[in-house]
Design a binder for this molecule. Sequence first.
Ligand SMILES: Cc1ncc(COP(=O)(O)O)c(C=O)c1O
Length: 443
Amino acid sequence: MTSPAPQPGADTPGTAALDWWQHNTTMSQLTDGESARLHPETLALSFGFDPWLSEGAVKPPVFLTSTFAFRHAADGKKFFAWAHGEGGHHAKREMGLIYSRLNNPNLEIFEDRIALWEGMKDAYSFSSGMAAIATTLLATHEPGDEMIVCAPVYGGTDSFIHHFLKRFGIRAHFVPAGVEAPERALPLVTPRTRSIFIESPANPNNRLTDISRMREIADRHGAGRILILVDNTMAGPVFAHPARVGADIVLYSATKFIGGHSDVVGGVALANDDNLLTAISHHRALLGGMPNPYTAWLLTRSLETLKLRAEQQQRNAQQVAAFLVGHPKVRRVCYVGLLGPDDPEYAIYQKQHSGPGSLISFYVRGGEPEAFAFLDHLKVFRLAVSLGSTESLAQHPAAMTHSGLTAEDKLLGGVTDDLVRLSIGIEHPDDLIWDLQQALEHV
Ligand SMILES: Cc1ncc(COP(=O)(O)O)c(C=O)c1O
């Protein structure tokens, strides 16, 4: 439980919460140096929660309360002043608990731990990935602003930018994701450009975009600070850390690898800059997109096994991709793990990723009928949208997750009728390959 808490001692990204914890929990026997040496997968089991504030419970209880008692009226006044922005972002840690739309221990524990995973200053949790994305875009853009978007992006994000933001006078230019994206973005930068939005790998074609090159272009050619927003859902927090290569804001659908069990919908926005964090928290409070305490509790539970799951999924995906590459019914496989030194995106992979992850897209020979025949005959894979869970999933982006894209955007993102997307789970890899083999016989 993190509130009430004194002001953290350090401004270094990713260490603010660590410092506070070190100095203010009764449970920690760790010295400062020892805590700083620990890895996120170790801290994911205990960080930010003091059992002695909760009857000795080893795991955080679920704080199912909408409102919190103030000890004195003056405390309520002070906490509200901080909630309204007085004292800047640092006040978040000093602020006592007020009301579960503004703060709640379960949300704060999850936010501290995911910020540690990313090595970023702070995080805000949301009721869904779309709530995180929509709230962040509304918090950072004004009518008249322009965005550059590397396509394809998740269908919901595409729709929000294309239709919703357009109604509020925010205009987007789309460029195809991949090695050429920065050079294509360059001539589109105007004095009104406020942000560049990237998914890398992109959903669903797994194209990689060079985030640090985009940062250079933004810094050199922008009239003011052009924000680099990266939706890192597809890579997940184990294999890529976009803020280390220039992202200002990192976004997640926590429904995917973070939640990891297809039993929770959630989202996260992370930043290092105090003003951005304050803007996101204010807009979350106004729009009401926070998760409920149980959702935050489930996400916290899931962070404990994040690395284990992600690594097993990745091992399985490498074997599945190798099988698909050689299959006569498969025209082309898009998997980051198949990039070789001769591929133009390989250098981006090396710079931005510590592993290829577990999302594979492939083109069957044929079109929609062949893709559907394959999907309809799967027995171990579930035919369902979403990704990053313990069970393997398969879906048809053109007819499902990306069905809302315009024909032009589908073409831009390679979302054709013969494309199938797989999310690889933690099953035995031989069983997955057997399933794919038998389903491909029906193509
Ligand atoms: C890359 C990406 N971003 C965002 C979202 C939206 O997340 P949610 O469904 O949690 O709102 C998704 C959902 O599939 C996604 O794939």
